[in-house]
Write a protein that binds this ligand. Sequence first.
Ligand code: NDP
Length: 295
Amino acid sequence: MAQAQQIPAQGQADPRCFKLISGHTIPSVGLGTWRSGPKASDAVFTAITEDWIHNRALLKKYLPGISGGTWPHSCYASWDRQTRPIHRIQDMIHWPFRLKEGAHKPPEAGEVLDFDMEGVWRQMEQLVKDGLVRDIGVCNFTLKKLDKLLRIAQTMPSVCQMEMHPGWRNDKMLEASKKNGIHVTAYSPLGSQDGGRDLIHDPTVTEVANKLNKTPGQVLVRWALQRGTSVIPKSTNAERIKENIQVFGWEIPEEDFRALNSIRDQRRVLDGEDILVNKIHGPYRCAADLWDNED
Ligand code: NDP
């Protein structure tokens, strides 16, 4: 199979996008819209005005017929200067699990069902064959699940979307993805929200930001780009949306990059426990089970 060109932020022909294994491109910086609520559409339009975006909110707004994709699948739309109007739609396995329709949170006994990875992937491959989507991808995978998928895939996943920030580098998934030519998109790059990890005020992050005369948010987004990942910071604040895209034309120097890579207490913020773990009835009795005990 062809290998994707994992083009690092430095030396990229166009640092605003990465090339995928499919030959298509994905914008380097997208706008997260999770928990943006009714402010999402304003945020999206601020981002569009800034001429950058790759996100699902666009799909919801412009392609309502498709946007109701069943969890754990998500549809993604990408839109950039070269591709208006939207025609770069990606479909991805959002979480590699299956819940009964209307499952409780956390799930009750019998609400976590078997996940047919091969069946799901075949359907997604068919979407590509039918010209309905251009790229398919995965999310919240482990090495074990990626290995299983790669053994059955006829069409390679273009993208693997994972939680990644200096507080959870998840180097093993980044390396495995790169090795297989799969581009990685880093989600929750600022440490997430509503009780997430406050990386904006992390001493190492603020020190690097002060040194470079950038904001902590910009340092965190730039760190993701320098790892060769695209990145989807969420904001509904127009100033912060604009701030988060000012990440080109400068670099985090190597020693500061190393300092960010040395932040201790590596742990996931979004471990899936609240949506998938049933401590008594299983089949996943703790978060480690969800991640195949790899962390
Ligand atoms: P982020 O890590 O992007 O952090 C968002 C928080 O940071 C918000 O509270 C936001 O507040 C604040 N913020 C944004 N920019 C700045 C800045 N420059 N300075 C200070 N604070 C800032 O959180 P998310 O967890 O939302 O992750 C981003 C996206 O990743 C999601 O929106 C979603 O699209 C995706 N995601 C995917 C998941 C998956 O399973 N596939 C799971 C989780 C997230 P404000 O809005 O007020 O600016």
